[in-house]
Design a protein. Structure first.
Ligand code: ADP
Ligand code: MG
Length: 300
């Protein structure tokens, strides 16, 4: 599904953007991204400032994200990546412009930052687990805090079996369910954090530098788990990372965000042929893509 969405998106974007080669497009000065296939998010001329309208963090950002896409946002520190993610999550309101969110389950998209019908899971850099609760109890937390009738319904449905299955999906074992975070390694804590983001069966997964503090070996395993979850669950995934190799390896599409007023400066499609994870990591396309990404971030 992700590949299909990407192809449609790419086809439409070509009409709007200068085509440099098969993968790399530079946005027009106004930085408008347009796609014609169903978008789960449509951000139009979005502006965010924190008090001073003359110094917006996000300035006229327009971006459509099709259902099923794995989109990664890269850019220098402080350019507004986390702010953009928080806008999409509905945690940060816009100072100007518009955000439409659609789960695809209702005829009309939701305007503004409410987006009640679109379920999103959020994963942060730190696992943010409650140390006195077991893994299973941490997993139940979003259901206990669930909003309104939908949350209560899900809590009732969330049988032990389903939650144990979720632990297994992220690479933990049933035996881990009774352990407290202090008894789990850093990688296992991150896996639990990922499972917790999936507990309410989200359509969208938003991740803000989730693997920044783990070592390279663990990072690679977590990356494989994340992409497998994205594919198996038909998620729309939006990842913020500093790691260009991670962006190249995981994504269907990478956008480059530059500090305001430049905003989105490049939009790159990643060719994803059917390769095993090990093959993909050493595929020539990966290195070519990394070069394109580096050129987009650091133009000579
Ligand atoms: P990035 O994730 O790309 O490093 P952020 O989105 O975290 O960037 O922050 C972009 C800018 O916005 C920074 O200068 C940061 O200090 C500022 N900022 C972010 N959130 C707030 C806030 N709640 N209040 C004031 N300034 C903020
Ligand atoms: Mg950030």
């Amino acid at each position: 599904m992700a590949a299909a969405c990407q192809e449609v998106a790419t086809g439409c974007m070509v009409t709007k953007m200068q085509r440099l080669n098969s993968q790399y497009r530079v946005l027009p000065p106004e930085g408008v991204l347009m796609t014609e296939n169903p978008a789960i998010y449509a951000l139009r001329e979005a502006v965010v400032h924190f008090g001073d309208p003359q110094r917006p963090v996000l300035q006229r950002i327009s971006l459509e994200i099709p259902r099923g896409q794995f989109l990664t946002v890269v850019g220098p520190s402080g350019c507004g990546k986390s702010t953009l993610l928080r806008v999409l999550a509905g945690l940060q309101s816009l100072s100007g412009g518009q955000l439409e969110r659609s789960s695809g389950e209702s005829a009309m998209p939701t305007r503004g930052a409410s987006g009640a019908e679109l379920r999103a899971g959020f994963v942060f850099q730190q696992p943010a687990l409650l140390p006195w609760r077991t893994a299973m109890q941490n997993l139940r937390l979003p259901l206990e805090l669930g909003s309104g009738a939908a949350g209560e319904g899900q809590a009732a449905e969330a049988g032990e079996e389903r939650l144990l299955g979720l632990l297994e999906q992220v690479g933990l074992s049933r035996a881990d369910a009774g352990k407290r975070p202090g008894q789990l390694s850093g990688g296992m804590q991150m896996r639990l954090s990922l499972a917790r983001a999936l507990v309410r069966d989200p359509q969208v997964l938003l991740l803000d530098e989730p693997f920044a503090v783990v070592d390279d070996f663990l990072r690679m395993k977590l990356q494989d788990s994340l992409r497998a979850l994205h594919d198996a669950r038909g998620l729309t995934t939006i990842l913020v990372t500093h790691n260009l190799q991670e962006a190249a390896y995981l994504s269907d599409r990478v956008v480059v965000l530059q500090p305001s007023p430049r905003g989105l400066s490049a939009d790159l499609s990643v060719r994803r042929s059917r390769l095993s994870p090990a093959e993909r990591r050493r595929a020539p396309e990966q290195f070519e893509f990394l070069q394109q990404l580096s050129a987009a971030l650091f133009p000579s």
